[in-house]
Design a binder for this molecule. Structure first.
Ligand SMILES: [Zn+2]
Ligand SMILES: [Zn+2]
Length: 572
């Protein structure tokens, strides 16, 4: 949990330094921030085990930044950060977090309209004061209003990629109490929803007291919201609320079902129960006449008594899963072990943290049969997109590395920009030399719907483009998806045999669950990619996999579930 706190400080330092027009340092801070937030191990544990040398093994962390981390671990502060914060006015530090409002505009709003905080900004927008201000206008007022909305959503809900590791860490800590039977996270985290409101943890134990004690005294508790004999709520330091309930073994399955939801799914289950002469609650399934206990120990037995097979939590949205279960037509959902490769990752050739060789070694360690190395094309300046010359150099390096690492097949690829007119950022001549081409939109996001649809469809008609990366372009909490006719995209993907990607970066999860299901229904084949920018981000692929499961995907819907020989045969 500390990792995300520390990364946040590093990102903020980078922002402030950038405002002061400091060169290089912001990029260095951001690189380290990304490596730290991707780290599977708590940075404090790394320091405990291996000292400063261990910290320096983190990509982007040299002597100077390692010292900052040690300072934070030992004093809970970073002096440079405190001093930088003093230098920038408070209104700026609040306003620059709003998507679409950079430091320059924030300063202007402060000077011209006296806007100091979010409330001021809301009022000014309501009175259309920005629209009349030179340098702004109606369009940019609208964008900032949208940014405010996104900001509010982002602070109200937490990304699955943030919440899940926190839930797992909390469970590990609570598990240390003796006498625990079952322990599991319920709620939307268990359903793997892309964002979650709070975390629900269910536990079985004979004596709830020590569990409630441990739970309310976890190291990251900011405030105890409620403490009872079998149920307590805490607020973590990062403002996430967590509830913990201790249950009897006998009703654990019924409670897990009840607290996993969704509400809509549970309503239908209760109706089925009534029709069968039962009553279903968080305590179990009971005979309606005699009140005798019928089932409740496991979810499986509850579903069975209702005449249904077990329904995986990811499907419990009352979106047709109960009918499918009744008819024996539930999909056999794709699993992590089915993934044979990862087809989207970056290296230091563009904006990744690790070398090509380091990424290959990390992929081998994950047991993949194949990967694609896919750095950015030249148009993405911000991500150090590669010129054709540098790409050719990387191709030669990959060829050499392939000879050295025979256990894995390395596809030489690229994530190539789809330019606003739908043409590709590299010439066909160079695309032809690549084993794997991802076409992605990284610019001109605000095109009208028909133009954006044509742009993406045209890219799919290019014979070398194998897959469309993050097809909707959304960044949850930061950027809306671009306006595109997904149905038309699915049709063109089917027609041209182009894959669509499920990008696993935590704020992306793009395609999202409902789009995945619609794409599969339209006959489109998908790929699940990590889009890793660091060796430690390869594991993000599990988030994309969870999203695929929410989209009813089976392993035959996912191209990178195929073994290498069959995958290579999937030519366009
Ligand atoms: Zn991209
Ligand atoms: Zn990428």
């Amino acid at each position: 949990m500390l990792n995300s706190d520390l990364a946040k400080i590093f990102y903020e330092i980078a922002d402030i330094l950038e405002m002061q027009h400091v060169q290089w340092k912001p990029a260095a801070y951001r690189k380290a921030a990304r490596a730290i937030e991707s780290l599977p191990e708590d940075v404090a544990d790394v320091f405990k085990k291996k000292g400063v040398e261990g910290l320096k093994e983190i990509s982007g962390v040299g002597e100077g930044l390692a010292a900052k981390i040690v300072e934070y671990l030992t004093t809970k502060r970073i002096k440079e950060y405190d001093e930088l914060k003093k230098k920038i006015p408070r209104h700026l530090s609040i306003l620059i977090d709003i998507p679409g409002l950079g430091p320059k505009h924030a300063e202007l709003l402060h000077k011209k309209l006296g806007i100091n905080n979010i409330e001021d900004l809301k009022k000014a927008i309501a009175a259309h004061k920005l629209a009349k201000l030179s340098g702004f206008g109606a369009k940019s007022e609208e964008n900032i209003a949208k940014g405010l909305e996104l900001f509010a959503q982002g602070t109200a809900r937490t990304l699955l990629g943030t919440a899940l590791p926190i839930a797992e860490a909390l469970i590990m800590q609570i598990k240390q109490v003796k006498g625990i039977g079952n322990i599991e996270v319920a709620g939307s985290v268990r359903r793997r929803k892309e964002t979650i409101g709070d975390i629900d943890i269910l536990v079985t134990a004979k004596d709830p007291k020590p569990i409630m004690e441990r739970f309310t005294h976890l190291p990251d508790v900011k405030r105890i919201m409620a403490q009872g004999p079998t149920k307590s709520s805490i607020l973590l330091k990062n403002n996430l609320q967590v509830d913990c309930r201790v249950l009897e073994e006998k009703s654990y399955g019924a409670a897990l079902n009840y607290f996993t939801g969704s509400k809509e799914h549970n309503i239908v289950l209760r109706e089925i129960a009534i029709k069968k002469g039962f009553k279903l609650s968080e305590y179990g399934l009971f005979n309606r006449k005699t009140n005798a206990f019928v089932a409740g120990r496991t979810e499986e037995e509850v579903y069975k008594k209702l005449g249904l097979p077990y329904i995986p939590p990811e499907l419990r949205e009352n979106a047709g899963e109960i009918e499918a279960a009744r008819q024996g037509k539930l999909p056999v959902l794709v699993e992590e072990k089915d993934l044979k490769g990862d087809l989207h990752m970056h290296t230091t050739y563009s904006d990744g943290n690790n070398s090509t060789e380091e990424m290959i070694k990390a992929a081998i360690a994950r047991g993949y049969e194949y990967i694609a190395i896919t750095d950015h094309s030249p148009s993405v300046h911000i991500a150090h997109g590669m010129t054709e010359k540098r790409l050719v150099k990387q191709l030669a390096e990959i060829e050499k590395l392939q000879k050295k690492y025979k256990d894995i097949t390395i596809l030489a690829g690229s994530e190539v920009d789809i330019l606003p007119n739908g043409s590709m950022d590299y010439s066909d001549k160079i695309l032809k030399r690549l084993d794997w081409v991802i076409g992605s939109v990284h610019s001109a996001f605000k095109m009208p719907r028909d133009k954006m649809t044509r742009r993406i469809c045209k890219a799919m008609e290019n014979p070398y483009v194998r897959v469309i990366g993050h097809p909707s372009g959304r960044l949850m909490g930061k950027r809306e998806p671009y306006d595109v006719d997904m149905k038309a995209v699915f049709q063109m993907a089917k027609k041209t045999g182009t894959f669509l990607e499920i990008d696993s970066q935590p704020p992306r999860l793009d395609l999202k669950d409902v789009h995945i299901r619609a794409a599969i229904d339209a006959g489109v084949t998908l790929v699940i990619d990590s889009d890793a920018h660091d060796v430690n981000q390869l594991r993000f692929i599990s988030l994309g996999l969870m999203t695929a499961r929410r989209g009813w995907a089976t392993k035959k819907d996912i191209a990178n579930c195929l073994p290498l020989d069959k995958f290579l045969k999937l030519k366009k």
